[in-house]
Design a protein around this ligand. Structure first.
Ligand code: BGC
Length: 715
């Protein structure tokens, strides 16, 4: 592949200025098949004879810098006698602000294209058109494209250009497409266009989403369209986007004479609202629509209840996933971040794997993790590892963040039965354990390293992002947990895991000896869920008391929250778990719903009861971490659980836990072996259950076990 093609660049190669590479060619013989292979350093947008090639948004996607995926498009039907192939290239993830943000540096920092068009003729001959210095390199009407900042388009601009220049860059980095294409998924019409109290014209799409917009307008040449986006309005109902920090999140467009219709090609935004800074005519609901883009995953899971607020939460969780699964699992889609933060993915991966089929998505991301893992075995806290973030220069992993190396592949195994992922990732897992074992300051614990703690826990000391749970305790518990996973995985793969079993026992014993008291909700949760507490009854009662004293409300952050309801329901406090799930006073999941959220917030207190914002520093309204609560609804409230010994739902455990607090609840998951449904509802004094299992299942109702074959069951 690409043997005779060269990487090509624009001689000027200006930062954030897209470049168009064009090749004209004639075809004189009948074509049997034409296929186009492309990749770029940056993102590309391919057009053949005026029509867009393929439907991958922002190809070639976002990978480790140690590889770049190429894509193949069948363009047979697009070929004419006289042809023009035009490929626009922007800085994209590869060298935009998300990675460098500077103009310095060597050739590895240049946006470049490599392509080959293979023409197979009906007479059996073949011709290959390759990128080289004969291609035309021009500046484009797309004057600026930057993922954080948006696009600037000038329809009146033109450039004659000149010859492209070849770039000496390693072709061995090029690999076959492994990920899932990002595609357009849905069009959303505005629910209103209104004048804000401060006079701004604002378009409201009714949903915080990730993607871009498309507009149509009749204009005079030189008229301007200018938009700025945001997720939320401030307490007065005005446009607010300070939480985007340095991401300009703008769009500017200079019109051509007459009809203008445009949608961005090399940028995306996270937004619900658009402030119309300039538009040639009065803008209305028909002038503009939003287009949702994300990795093209199949939806597999659904939750539904009798409670509209809870249903809205379920919807927000799904939208959180949609907004943040763009080739890599990101923390948020709007501000100057949008990075593959590993901790966020770790806590959300189970929910993600029930909501959608994310097997291929994570396979690709985990392959990047293996490439970016450090020599010491550390896992960068952001995968793909980016360059402009301090975290990428500090060679340490935070607990939970680093444990993405064990937790995520193991979850893919449980949800999809994918043993191959374990095989591929086993040595990465072992190296990661080796890294902790070497870098810790205390044998059999994980201490003395840079940690995130219970990130954003509400019991954080003033001015800190980290909850007040003991960071060494958290880290040590996850050290044990990851070693435990390595033991399981090693056994599945037929390895000798004696060393890891011993290590696990030693870590657990040392944690028990060292941390005798649990002082926070999260510490109790971890002690219970990860089998550290020796007297679970006592610790569970302590946790229950802490929650009740806090008005039946939580204080947990990224680390405690995903396990909180599980820890309660596993220890006899299911009703209290439901209290937390259904709580709508601050802080709670439904508090944000009550405040009008359409996605899951980064902070419990993203917006307080007075409508004031937590801070502009770090306040995303589309962060999926707390959406991990959905896995408790699937697995406990509705009771659908994969079995470790029969992964991929080859056999299922269905053990629903109903409550009187809502009338009905049901879950559905399309598994590799068919669709499983488990739901319950109240009928007078009784609870009725409706269960459909596609495979052998153990159904537990009111403590009574029923071993059943596939079929439909009511109780
Ligand atoms: C991100 C988080 C991430 C954290 C770790 C934040 O800026 O948005 O979700 O996990 O940093 O420090």
């Amino acid at each position: 592949m690409f043997e005779n093609s060269s990487w090509i660049i624009h001689p000027e190669n200006k930062l954030y200025e897209p470049v168009r590479f064009t090749k004209a060619f004639s075809v004189r013989k009948p074509i049997k098949r034409a296929s186009l292979n492309i990749t770029s350093l940056g993102c590309y947008y391919p057009v053949l004879n005026g029509a867009r090639v393929g439907d991958f948004i922002l190809p070639p996607g976002f990978t480790s810098r140690k590889r770049v995926q190429y894509q193949t498009y069948d363009v047979t039907k697009m070929i004419k006698d006289e042809n023009s192939l035009e490929i626009l290239v922007s800085d994209g993830w590869y060298k935009g602000k998300i990675n460098f943000g500077t103009d310095e540096g060597g050739p590895e920092k240049k946006k470049a294209l490599i392509a080959e068009l293979v023409l197979r003729y009906k007479d059996g001959t073949k011709e290959v058109i390759v990128t080289n210095e004969s291609w035309l390199a021009t500046k484009d009407k797309l004057r600026m494209a930057e993922l954080y900042d948006g696009e600037i388009v000038d329809m009146t601009f033109s450039d004659k250009g000149g010859h492209a220049q070849a770039l000496d860059h390693d072709k061995k980095l090029i690999v076959k497409q492994q990920g899932v294409y990002i595609k357009e998924q849905e069009t959303v019409k505005p629910i209103s266009v209104f004048k804000a109290p401060n006079g701004d014209t604002v378009v409201d799409f009714g949903q915080n989403l990730t993607g871009y917009f498309e507009f149509e307008v009749m204009a005079k040449a030189g008229d301007r369209v200018e938009f700025t986006v945001c997720e939320v309005l401030d307490k007065d109902g005005n446009f607010y986007n300070e939480n985007y920090r340095d991401a300009k999140a703008r769009f500017e467009y200079i019109c051509q004479e007459g009809y203008n219709k445009y949608k961005p090609r090399l940028a995306f935004w996270g937004f619900r609202y658009i402030r119309v800074d300039s538009f040639p005519t009065e803008i209305n609901e028909n002038s503009i629509r939003a287009i949702v883009v994300h990795s093209d995953m199949e939806r597999t899971g659904y939750l539904e209840s009798s409670d509209p607020m809870l249903n809205k939460l379920f919807s927000n969780i799904v939208w959180g996933q949609r907004g943040n699964f763009l080739d890599v699992p990101t923390d948020c889609p709007q501000r100057d971040e949008r990075q593959g933060w590993t901790g966020d993915a770790t806590v959300f991966c189970k929910t993600a794997s029930y909501n959608y089929d994310v097997e291929q998505f994570f396979e690709k991301w985990l392959a990047d993790m293996r490439l970016d893992q450090g020599k010491s075995g550390y896992i960068p806290n952001i995968i793909p590892k980016t360059i402009c973030w301090d975290w990428s220069t500090v060679e340490t992993s935070g607990a939970v963040w680093g444990d993405s190396a064990t937790i995520i592949p193991y979850q893919m195994y449980l949800t999809y039965g994918n043993k191959d992922i374990l095989k591929k990732h086993y040595s990465c897992m072992c190296k990661y354990i080796g890294y902790i074992t070497k870098s810790t300051k205390t044998e059999y614990l994980w201490t003395g390293c840079d940690q995130f703690g219970d990130w954003l826990g509400l019991d954080a000391p003033v001015g800190s992002y980290r909850g007040s749970s003991n960071e060494d305790f958290i880290a040590s518990v996850f050290y044990a947990h990851s070693v435990g996973i390595v033991c399981k995985v090693g056994k599945i793969l037929g390895k000798n895991v004696e060393k890891y079993e011993k290590l696990y026992n030693n870590i657990r014993a040392k944690i028990r000896k060292t941390f005798k008291e649990y002082k926070t909700q999260t510490e109790c949760v971890l002690a219970l869920y990860f089998d550290i507490a020796e007297n679970k009854k006592e610790v569970a009662a302590q946790l229950a008391d802490m929650i009740i004293e806090n008005g039946r409300r939580l204080k947990t952050g990224f680390v405690g929250t995903p396990y909180l309801l599980h820890a309660l329901s596993q220890n006899g406090y299911s009703e209290l778990a439901y209290d937390l799930l259904l709580q709508d006073e601050f802080p709670s999941w439904l508090y944000s719903v009550k405040c009008g959220a359409t996605t899951v917030w980064e902070h419990w207190d993203g917006k307080n009861e007075k409508g004031e914002f937590w801070s502009k520093d770090m306040n995303s309204f589309n962060h999926y971490a707390y959406g991990s609560v959905a896995d408790w609804v699937y697995e406990v409230a509705c009771g659908i659980t994969p079995l470790e010994e029969k992964p991929g739902f080859e056999e299922i455990m269905i053990s629903p836990v109903p409550t009187d607090k809502i009338d009905s609840l049901s879950a559905r998951i399309k598994t590799r072996h068919g669709t499983v449904i488990s739901g319950w509802y109240h009928e007078g004094e009784r609870v009725r259950y409706k269960i459909i299992t596609p495979v052998k299942a153990t159904i537990i109702i009111n403590g009574k076990k029923h071993l059943v074959e596939k079929g439909t069951y009511t109780f």
